[in-house]
Each structure stands twice: as C-alpha cells, then as structure tokens.
Design a binder for this molecule. Structure first.
Ligand code: PGA
Length: 254
C-alpha cells in the first residue's frame, strides 16, 4: 500500500531559531493528534541537524531542499547527500521548479542527484510539473513524462520504488491558483500510467504522488480525496503550525 504524505517546503524562510520553534510546535501537536498521513518538513540546510535532534523523526520526518551533484570534494558552498544524511534528515526534495528555473538544474543533473540520494539511503521527493504556457498548449502530459523519463527511468524498479513524486504545476506555485481536483487527478493518473508502463502495476500502485501548488487547509481535503493524489508538497501553508496542521487534517482519520 502506498503512503499518504504531507510534506512542508519552507524554501528560504525562517532563521534557525524561528525554524526550531516551528518544528518543535509541530512535533508537540503531532504527539497528541491522530493523523492519516506521514508528515515531513523540508528546512534550509542549516536547520537540519538542530531540527532533526529536536523532533521525533519517526513522527515528523526531516527533508533537505537540495543536495550537491557530487559526493565530496572541492565544490565550495555545496552540501553533499552524506552531509544531509549525517544530520538525521531522511528525505531530500529534488527538482523543485525553482531549482530548475533559477539554478539551471537540468534533467541530467537531477538524475545524478537522485542516484546519489538513493545510494545514501535518503528518500528523494522528486518534483515535476509544467509552466503555464505548456499547460495552455496542452503539453502538460508530455512535459511531466519527459521529466520523469530523463531523470528517473534508468533506476531499477527497486530504487524507483523508494522515491516519492511531487506533481507541481509551476503556474500554481505561490500564486494562490490551485489546480482543480479534476486537473490534479487527471495528471496524477497519467503519471501513474507512465510508471506502470515502465515498471509494472505494483511499482505504480505503490508510488506516492504528491500534489503541490497553493495547497492549503481549505483545498487539501478535496485534492487528497482523489484516488491518485497521495498528499501534498506545501510551501506557503507550511510556515505556520496551524495552517500546516490544517493541511494534514485534509486526510480524515479513519
Ligand atoms: P506553495 O509552494 O504551496 O507556496 O504554492 C509549493 C511548492 O513550491 O512546493
């Protein structure tokens, strides 16, 4: 059975002290709240070690938002998968559209990062999604399929099975424009079909596919109710505990 996951992506927000306060607040809330999903927070690199030490990482997973495309060495300013892992983080968000658009991360670079993360025992949360012009041209299916194929389809079925995918239409990120529940279901089902064609029904069925892009406490329930939407990658609504808990509550407790 695939997992439901709600993952926060703090992006470049919060000082270390502010981040620790939010992580601790979430940790305390989750200790006394029944949930029907795994919960993860993606913090800036410098927060990882302190946050991972301050929370129960079996209840509140910790993610980096990026990693280097090399194992170690003379790469000034970079952070390796081994360093991320050594903080106690278990996940790494890779291929976010902001990394692709602002930092030139190509499918080839992302392929390397995914492989390094998996080799280190980190779970990649791999982001895909089309820009507005591509959606308007009806090219969203081909765009996400290419992104998946170029970065992920050299993986073994066993390794692919360790990944989490996040479909994030770029036009919905931080814009307040959410994909409708129908649009999300349509493309998530398509993505699962692409995985099925390559790796078979079992791998496809077990793959967690998150939706991201202006997902919040108000629309989470409707989005998560879709059979192929297994949770969310949450930016703005992950920066306050009450907002994030509201998204988590989008998964009813059975
Ligand atoms: P948003 O960001 O929820 O603020 O739209 C989502 C993301 O970029 O992961």
């Amino acid at each position: 059975m695939r997992k439901n996951i709600v993952a926060g992506n703090w992006k470049m927000n919060k000082t270390l002290q502010e981040g620790l306060a939010l992580a601790t607040e979430l940790n305390d809330l989750l200790a006394t709240t029944k949930t029907n999903c795994d919960v993860v927070i993606g913090t800036p690199f410098i927060h990882l070690a302190s946050v991972a030490a301050a929370v129960d990482t079996t209840k509140l997973g910790v993610a980096a938002q990026n990693c280097a495309d090399h194992v170690s060495g003379a790469y000034t300013g970079e952070v390796s998968v081994g360093m991320v892992k050594s903080t106690g983080a278990q996940y790494v968000i890779l291929g976010h559209s902001e990394r692709r658009a602002y930092y030139g991360e190509t499918s080839a670079i992302l392929k390397t990062k995914v492989e390094l993360a998996l080799a280190e025992g980190l779970t990649p949360i791999f982001c895909i999604g089309e820009v507005l012009a591509e959606r308007e041209a009806g090219k969203q299916f081909e765009v996400v399929e290419t992104q998946i194929k170029e970065s992920l389809f050299d993986l073994s079925a066993a390794d692919f099975g360790k990944l989490v995918l996040a479909y994030e239409p770029v036009w919905a990120i931080g814009t307040g424009k959410t994909a409708s529940a129908e649009q999300a279901q349509e493309i998530h089902a398509y993505i699962r079909g692409v995985i099925k064609a390559k790796y078979g029904a079992e791998v496809a069925d077990n793959c967690t596919i998150l939706y991201g892009g202006s997902c919040n406490a108000k629309n989470a329930k409707e989005l998560f109710a879709n059979p192929d939407v297994d949770g969310g990658l949450i930016g703005g609504a992950s920066l306050k505990a009450a907002d994030f808990m509201g998204v988590i509550a989008g998964f009813d407790v059975a």
